[in-house]
Ligand binder design. Structure first.
Ligand SMILES: [Zn+2]
Length: 194
């Protein structure tokens, strides 16, 4: 799906403007955002717990748009999909347009809750999103380094097999290119072995 061709793009642009106004460019400490999210989780009975012992997969995504940050995607997911919160557990910035910091890892939906990122495995997976459109370019070096260190930490913490670190498009029934044609998943898994 090319987001720019959708009817909702206007809404999307509106939220981009909103985010620019709301998120000071030099303050991504995020405390306020996570506090706000916690509040929303408490208010919303729809979130299902993510049972730690069940975590089997890590799913890598790209945003499919050039810029953004967790707060932006949070609002985007609410506006676009009517979800209650951002679907990803982590977002890694690319620094584009001052909306994110290159390589900075931001926490999204709490790992206490199932994400909304790969329908068939939300109950047993962690979702990580790279800001950018990796159909057109590779992740930035800093983004890639951050992704490797984050995934290494998660696979050791939750005892996840490297072969279960997958691109969104490697899950059954997925037809989209996510995490993008330029993201080499084999190369990435090899990096995790080092
Ligand atoms: Zn995806």
């Amino acid at each position: 799906m090319d987001i720019k061709n959708t009817k909702l793009y206007k809404k999307h642009e509106k939220y981009l403007v909103w985010t620019r106004q709301k998120v000071p460019l030099n303050d991504f400490s995020g405390l306020d955002f996570l506090e706000k999210l916690d509040y929303e989780f408490e208010k919303t009975p729809n979130f299902k717990p993510l049972i730690k012992e069940n975590i089997k997969y890590i799913a890598i995504h790209h945003a499919e748009i050039d810029n953004g940050n967790r707060e932006y995607y949070h609002w985007l997911h609410k506006a676009y999909f009517g979800w209650d919160a951002i679907g990803y557990h982590f977002v890694i910035g690319n620094g584009k347009d001052g909306l994110s910091i290159d390589g900075k890892i931001e926490e999204g939906r709490s790992l206490n809750y199932q994400g909304a990122h790969v329908k068939s495995v939300n109950h047993e997976s962690i979702g990580i999103c790279l800001v950018g459109n990796m159909d057109n370019y590779r992740p930035t070096e800093k983004q890639y380094d951050s992704l490797i260190s984050l995934v290494k930490k998660l696979i050791s913490k939750y005892d996840i097999d490297i072969s279960n670190v997958r691109g969104h498009n490697e899950f059954k029934g997925v037809t989209k290119t996510c995490p993008g044609k330029m993201f080499d998943l084999e190369e990435f898994r090899n990096m995790l072995k080092e």
